[in-house]
Design a protein around this ligand. Sequence first.
Ligand SMILES: *Cc1c(COP(=O)(O)O)cnc(C)c1O
Length: 239
Amino acid sequence: MTDAPTHPDRRDQVAANLAAVRRRIAVACDEAGRDPAEVSLVVVTKFFPASDVRLLADLGVTDVGENRHQEAQAKAAECADLGLRWHFIGGLQSNKAGAVASYADVVESVDRVKLVAPLSRGAHSRSHAVDVLLQVSLDPPGADHRSGADPGDLDELARAVEGAGMLRLRGLMAVAPLGHDPATAFARLAEIREEFVAEHPDATVLSAGMSGDLEAAVAHGATHVRVGSAVLGPRPSVQ
Ligand SMILES: *Cc1c(COP(=O)(O)O)cnc(C)c1O
């Protein structure tokens, strides 16, 4: 391991941020009349070094999220000893999906049928079942840069995942569209989810909410929030 030792100030800062985020989740649960144990925190570590992942594990974080394959693969390998659950939350290319399934425990961004066969092959190759969330688009119809499946396409996608070996359909994931009220978007998501769970009763996970809108997501039933900057600080703006 070549990680430089983490500066004590970094540890204090991340610990304080983490405590603040956990408090926000607890308050949001309280206001929604929910048990905080129903809401899991996934810390999004994209752009941050493996030393921060190690620090998070030491502070009791169990789940981390990454959105770019190469970065995720390298960090997961470097941190393999930590026993973390790795969530892949970024846009997936079908030619990378198999590789993603070889280290991700949860793939949250499955939005088209074409991804299912390579994910299943990747999971088989390591003999390890991969949890799958279907990413549903909350963008207004016709919006540019839509990511996520159309709500109307979820059933077909769900059946493809259920029919594939080594993939476990666990639920839905969504991102509130930029420039729109997250509460409105997550209210719609809650309706989509209700219909979805009626057809797929084991797929009860709802991954929604980030640093800026986790309260709205918890109010509308999120079981997982994906929080990056509120825990680790601002990311470099260059992508
Ligand atoms: C980066 C990212 C997050 C975390 O965003 P923050 O605003 O830093 O909390 C959550 N979900 C997805 C899909 C992301 O890409």
